[in-house]
Design a protein around this ligand. Structure first.
Ligand SMILES: [Zn+2]
Length: 296
């Protein structure tokens, strides 16, 4: 399944590389050069590929039509240990300000998820409960009057996740600042590989621990990794049985059936790429490289 998805992703990317506009922008032979780099392997190559891929797609396709609102998926802001998921604070602020200047209106994500909204509606979400949501992102959002949601991994908040994740008291502070708190599982597994019992334990166990530690009853769930291959029919059933009526993907058009679309924002999203992202140029894009290093 993962291999099949990788092939689909590679086919999509090949179409991008073979587009004359991309060849003009990045020079002939870019695919060959990347394949040479790939032989060296590893995270640095994959991150570089993500960088080039984002730029290429921003150049290569037309703006799709869109009717509903858009929910953005961030992770950390000014915490480089989160890798490609980290957005620099100045860039984060600029993204919000540019969206406001362009006439977008920020609304709570759950409102958009449940009622769809209009094409100028935007929402902000954060996966993983990263420390910088409290220390850096929330103050910027408060200053600009923007609501947001944050999805926590209960084991990471319980044990600190090497200092990268918020603890329970800090999560309560995020909630006090107006952040909606949602569930992002107990250990951040790939649900594609879990039995029904393990699935119930991951979602239900996290719900119980979040409520026990903070008193917060969660009603929204964000799928770890969040791509089409990371979710199953029995996971969807289990989440709904446990009371989650909103289940977020981390993709737009390639998300699992029945889930709510989100647009992933990466560390490479310059003002130009962010503007393209708001116009839907990455809506057909799905991260397809190894899950070992990429999305959290
Ligand atoms: Zn995550």
């Amino acid at each position: 399944m993962v291999a099949a998805d990788a092939r689909l992703g590679a086919d999509r990317l090949r179409r991008v590389w073979d587009n004359p506009r991309v060849q003009i922008r990045f020079g002939l032979g870019i695919r060959e050069r990347l394949q040479t780099a790939a032989r060296a392997g590893g995270e640095r190559f994959a991150a570089g590929r993500m960088f080039v891929e984002r730029h290429a797609l921003a150049s290569a396709v037309h703006d799709p039509r869109r009717e509903g609102g858009r929910i953005l998926c961030y992770h950390s802001v000014g915490q480089p240990e989160w890798g490609v998921n980290d957005v620099a604070p100045a860039r984060f602020r600029r993204q919000l300000e540019s969206a406001l200047e362009s006439g977008f209106r920020f609304v709570p994500a759950a409102d958009l998820a449940r009622a769809d909204g209009g094409p100028r509606d935007l929402s902000i979400t954060f996966d993983d409960g990263a420390r910088s949501v409290l220390t850096t992102a929330a103050p910027i959002l408060a200053e600009l009057g923007i609501p947001f949601s944050m999805f926590v991994v209960s084991d990471w908040s319980e044990n600190g996740h090497r200092g990268m994740a918020l603890d329970w008291d800090e999560i309560l502070r995020v909630a006090d600042l107006g952040g909606e708190i949602g569930n992002h599982s107990a250990t951040h597994p790939d649900f594609a590989g879990l039995s029904r019992e393990q699935t119930l334990e991951e979602i239900g166990g996290a719900a119980e621990l979040i409520e026990k530690r903070t008193g917060i009853h969660t009603t929204t769930f964000a799928i770890p990794l969040g791509q089409s291959a990371n979710w199953t029919g029995h996971a969807d059933e289990a989440a709904r049985e446990l009371g989650y009526d909103v289940i977020y993907a981390q993709a737009e058009q390639t998300r699992p059936a029945g889930t709510v679309a989100r647009t992933f924002v990466t560390r490479y999203d310059s003002p130009r790429i962010f503007s393209a992202l708001l116009r839907g140029r990455f809506d057909d894009w799905e991260e397809w490289v190894s899950p070992d290093w990429r999305l959290r």
